[in-house]
Design a protein around this ligand. Structure first.
Ligand SMILES: [Ca+2]
Ligand SMILES: [Ca+2]
Ligand SMILES: [Ca+2]
Length: 492
């Protein structure tokens, strides 16, 4: 939201700016192809917050003034829905800002509403030596009157006491508030940490799973199509538990698979990806529960991790759209933005670039954006719409829409013989419809290889001009270049 498009010249992205640029995401006309074909927008937090990133909310039922008003959101929802797009909001209910009125009341024993809000948070009288497992930071923070409160991420983000039924009800009411306005679902932040264990466990406590089941069931009664996608940043078996048997999150971000795609490309071999997919095959009850992505707002951008190599980035994108589950694209990835070079989060979240010309490339009319970093020439939508990475993303999304096999939950890895260590194959199917994805993760062209799958092949989309022919019960793939890939439709 902050970095997509600025409508009023203050250097900060906003809802009106996003609305003015919907055409480049999805123009609502399936006959045109100068739009990306995006189905759903995930907006990072739009609630009022003292921070630029918004993950510390002070009012769950309002829009941050810098981003606009509730009326602007209503207008965006109307415009998105008119194009057949959905809108998902970031929902941060593990914690609030320490400036949230609930916490102000809970913290101050003289506050008129202290008794009502005290148990919205977690308090203790005695000091605690409990430390955050991954870096040893303190978990309990001085409130100023001898009491301590629990805050996992930092003292400015006190955790809500989600074991308190009143707080659970607040979370549900907030979700219903936005769903009633027409929002289509939520990206739930930090789901591993919602509820803490009696033994001091800070993550993956059974109570968090129970809460997700309760929220899902309550939401589905009135909004059966609402989406819950969640961030559980851990290993694949741990992630998969948050989708459960289809009764917790609809989609869980598949962090391990995302990292494996990039590692396979950077290591010139399929092995890391094959291993990550094997783990996902075992862990997920249904592959449809996976939310696939390459990198997100907390990670160095995919193009930075791939060293600015467009062939690598195109292979990463092709692999993303070959995977089962639902693919997510982080804005700017489709034009090869690298973001800034530092490890600061702001450098992962620099402004979108639409136009070839202008100091701020169409993001804002202001001389300065809220934050920015240099990019290579041609890293903008205008430059890449004809033949660049943006065009590859557009074609891959169109293919994903056209081939029903690619949006099924079926994905098997047929045996590959020859082709070197970079040769890879993934078969997607829906009933009799089958699409084979083949790729070469190596920096050198792949020697010819065979894939143990039958059928008459037709190449739908590829880099270069590989030849795929039938040889009895196998397919022979010839001419797959360095970082080459192809989607092949198979018929009996
Ligand atoms: Ca603005
Ligand atoms: Ca279109
Ligand atoms: Ca928590």
């Amino acid at each position: 939201m902050r970095s997509f498009a600025d409508s009023d010249g203050d250097g900060v992205g906003d809802l009106r700016g996003l609305m003015a640029h919907l055409d480049v995401l999805n123009d609502g006309d399936p006959r045109t192809d100068d739009d990306l074909g995006v189905d759903t927008l995930w907006l990072m937090p739009i609630n009022p917050s003292p921070s630029y990133h918004g993950y510390d909310v002070t009012d769950y039922r309002a829009v941050a003034p810098a981003y606009g008003t509730l009326a602007d959101l209503d207008a965006l929802l109307g415009a998105a829905h008119a194009r057949g797009m959905h809108v998902v909001l970031d929902l941060v209910v593990n914690h609030t800002s320490s400036a949230h009125p609930w916490f102000r009341a809970a913290r101050d024993p003289t506050h008129a509403e202290h008794a009502r809000y005290r148990d919205y948070y977690r308090w203790r009288a005695a000091p605690s030596g409990d430390k955050r497992p991954w870096d040893g930071a303190p978990l309990w923070h001085e409130s100023g009157d001898g009491r301590r409160y629990y805050a996992l991420f930092w003292s400015g983000m006190p955790d809500l006491n989600l074991e308190n039924p009143a707080v659970q009800q607040e979370a549900l009411d907030v979700m219903r508030f936005w769903l009633a306005r027409g929002v289509d679902g939520f990206r739930l932040d930090a789901v591993r940490h919602l509820i803490e264990g009696p033994d001091g466990a800070v993550a993956d406590v059974e109570g968090s799973h129970a809460l997700l089941r309760r929220l899902r069931a309550a939401i589905e009664r009135d909004h059966p199509n609402a989406l819950l996608v969640g961030e559980a940043w851990t290993d694949t078996p741990g992630i998969a538990r948050y989708a459960g048997d289809g009764d917790e999150l609809h989609l869980a971000f598949s962090f391990d698979v995302a990292a494996a795609v990039l590692q396979a490309i950077n290591d010139d071999q399929r092995l890391p990806l094959a291993q990550a997919l094997a783990r996902a095959e075992t862990a997920f009850a249904d592959r449809a529960f996976e939310a696939q992505f390459l990198t997100n707002h907390d990670q160095a951008r995919v193009m930075r991790q791939l060293g600015g190599d467009v062939a690598k980035a195109t292979l990463a994108a092709a692999t993303l759209f070959a995977l089962p589950g639902t693919p997510f694209v982080y804005y700017g990835e489709e034009i090869g933005m690298q973001g800034g070079a530092s490890r600061d989060d702001e450098d992962k979240r620099t402004p979108m670039r639409f136009a070839r010309a202008g100091a701020r490339h169409g993001f804002t009319s202001a001389a300065r954006a809220w934050h920015d970093a240099p990019e290579a020439a041609g890293v903008d939508v205008e430059s890449q719409r004809a033949a660049g990475l943006w065009r590859s993303y557009q074609r891959l999304i169109a293919l994903r829409h056209a081939e029903r096999a690619l949006s099924s939950d079926e994905a098997v890895r047929p045996v590959v013989t020859g082709g070197g260590r970079g040769a890879f194959a993934l078969l997607r199917s829906r009933g009799a419809e089958r699409v084979l994805f083949v790729a070469n993760f190596h920096r050198e062209p792949a020697p010819p290889f065979s894939v143990e799958v039958g059928g008459a092949p037709r190449v739908l989309l590829a880099s270069g001009a590989p030849k795929v022919r039938r040889d009895g019960d196998t397919l022979v793939v010839d001419g797959l270049g360095a970082r080459g890939w192809a989607f092949v439709r198979l018929t009996r």
